[in-house]
Design a protein around this ligand. Structure first.
Ligand code: FAD
Ligand code: SF4
Ligand code: SF4
Length: 395
């Protein structure tokens, strides 16, 4: 609750200028606060005379019930079709929303309606696309945070789901901090408990246990979800997808980051979770040099590189490309494994690949039990041969 102490006020007028929601008008020298106040506390922070005080409300049942609908934040780049992870989240949101007879909204940045987005979103059962109207084409943490905060305060969604991608992991905690709610990062499962609260499941203690987390007293409930964990479910229902623009989202924070430029990644380190072909290396590749060859092969084939934890621990590959229980979960069309045993913690992250080719010198390697094509041989030599064949083709 925002409390105003007139006896402290020096009538300086600053609060009218700093309120990002235009909720303060100075009338006859004193601030008058209208219904636009969101209790963000900025006036209390800035007032030189301590004339404002914001008490954190105990968010009881009454207030959480004001929040309705399930939202998905899409972080697509300009010109891209909807990402796989966005469709996975929309499908999950639809399933949850159906249980409460609520609506699903996709919040995404874009200057104009796109028929392909509408079509794909409709197939997952999405009801509305809320477009963050911005000319800027890339990922801008501040812009997204300002816009999503504003949208949450205006429309009060019950739950907001973010992709647990690099940008999603950057954005979700910023937004949860701004709106003062909890966030469960990197969820692998979402459902509703008997009271209709979002039950957020995620691995914890290095993946040794699965924790179930609730946000019973604050709204929205927020979770980021790993790509390739949820299934895309298409629906035949012919819903009309409404498109609205989110405009006039004011900035409430200083811009502390300056974007100097963007450097496109080498193909081998492109978005692993969205890749159609993944080539992975394990301890059987023996050394960093062989990983260098694997990265080159990926670049040539437009594939993403991956590694086991053991290879990452050896320093042969960066941690961001680790696949498995404590790494990324993937579901490519083709997964090629060089010198990987097929330990459960690794296969948990890649078992949904459509085709698996494994190279290993041990006929009893567990990876051979789950692969479509088994190549018995030395991983380094087979990799070298693949590189040579491609090199000769180029020549
Ligand atoms: C809590 C927890 C979480 C974990 N999370 C992950 C995770 O997210 N991702 C992950 O990958 N692991 C994870 N691990 C580790 C996992 O248990 C395995 O140790 C790891 O996946 C093994 O990696 P690897 O297959 O490269 O190595 P190894 O198990 O040592 O297998 C190497 C394989 O290469 C073969 N090989 C050896 N030399 C050659 C050669 N010259 N040519 C061909 N084949 C050869 C061997 O026959 C063997 O099958 C986790 C472990 C724990 C306890
Ligand atoms: S900033 Fe504080 S002192 Fe100045 S007008 Fe507003 S309430 Fe009064
Ligand atoms: S609490 Fe925030 S929204 Fe309310 S009057 Fe102060 S600055 Fe404006």
């Amino acid at each position: 609750m925002l409390e105003y102490k007139k006896e402290n006020c020096s009538s300086c007028g600053l609060c009218e200028k700093v309120c990002p929601f235009g909720a303060i008008k100075i009338q006859e020298g004193f601030p008058y606060i209208d219904d636009n106040c969101t209790e963000c506390g900025i006036c209390a922070e800035k007032c030189p005379a301590n004339a404002f005080c914001v008490e954190q409300k105990e968010t009881g049942k009454q207030q959480t019930e004001e929040y309705r609908g399930f939202w998905v934040v899409g972080l697509e780049k300009e010109g891209e079709p909807l990402n796989k992870v966005t469709l996975e989240l929309l499908s999950t949101a639809r399933k949850l929303a159906d249980q409460k007879k609520e609506k699903v909204t996709l919040l995404i940045k874009g200057l104009q309606e796109r028929e392909d987005w509408k079509r794909e979103a409709q197939k997952t059962g999405c009801d509305k696309i809320l477009l963050i109207a911005s000319e800027y084409s890339g990922y801008d943490a501040k812009l997204y945070t300002d816009a999503i905060e504003c949208a949450i305060r205006r429309f009060k969604p019950e739950a907001v789901l973010f992709p647990a991608t690099v940008n999603g992991r950057d954005l979700a905690p910023r937004v949860s901090g701004r709106v003062g709610t909890g966030l469960t990062a990197d969820c692998t499962g979402l459902s509703l408990d008997e009271n209709g609260h979002l039950l957020q499941v995620r691995p914890t203690y290095g993946g040794s246990i699965m924790a179930s987390i609730l946000t019973p007293k604050h709204r929205p409930q927020m979770a980021s979800v790993r790509p390739n964990v949820m299934e895309i479910q298409w629906t035949d229902e012919k819903r009309e997808v409404k498109v609205e623009y989110l405009e006039d989202f004011s900035s409430v924070a200083e811009d502390r980051v300056k974007l100097i430029g963007c450097i496109e990644k080498n193909n081998a380190f492109a978005d692993l979770a969205e890749a159609n072909i993944v080539i992975a290396g394990g301890y059987g590749l023996k050394n960093k040099e062989n990983f260098g060859k694997l990265f080159k092969l990926c670049d040539r084939l437009n594939a993403a590189a991956a590694a086991t934890r053991k290879a990452v621990d050896e320093g042969w590959a960066p941690a961001e490309i680790q696949v498995g229980q404590t790494g990324t979960t993937i579901a490519p069309d083709l997964y090629i494994a060089f010198g990987i045993s097929g330990a459960l913690q690794h296969t948990l992250g890649m078992k949904n690949a459509k085709k698996i080719i494994a190279v290993n010198h041990d006929p009893a390697a567990p990876i051979f039990d789950i692969c479509d094509v088994a190549v018995l041989g030395d991983a380094g030599e087979v990799l070298e041969e693949c590189c040579n064949i491609l090199e000769n083709k180029k020549a």
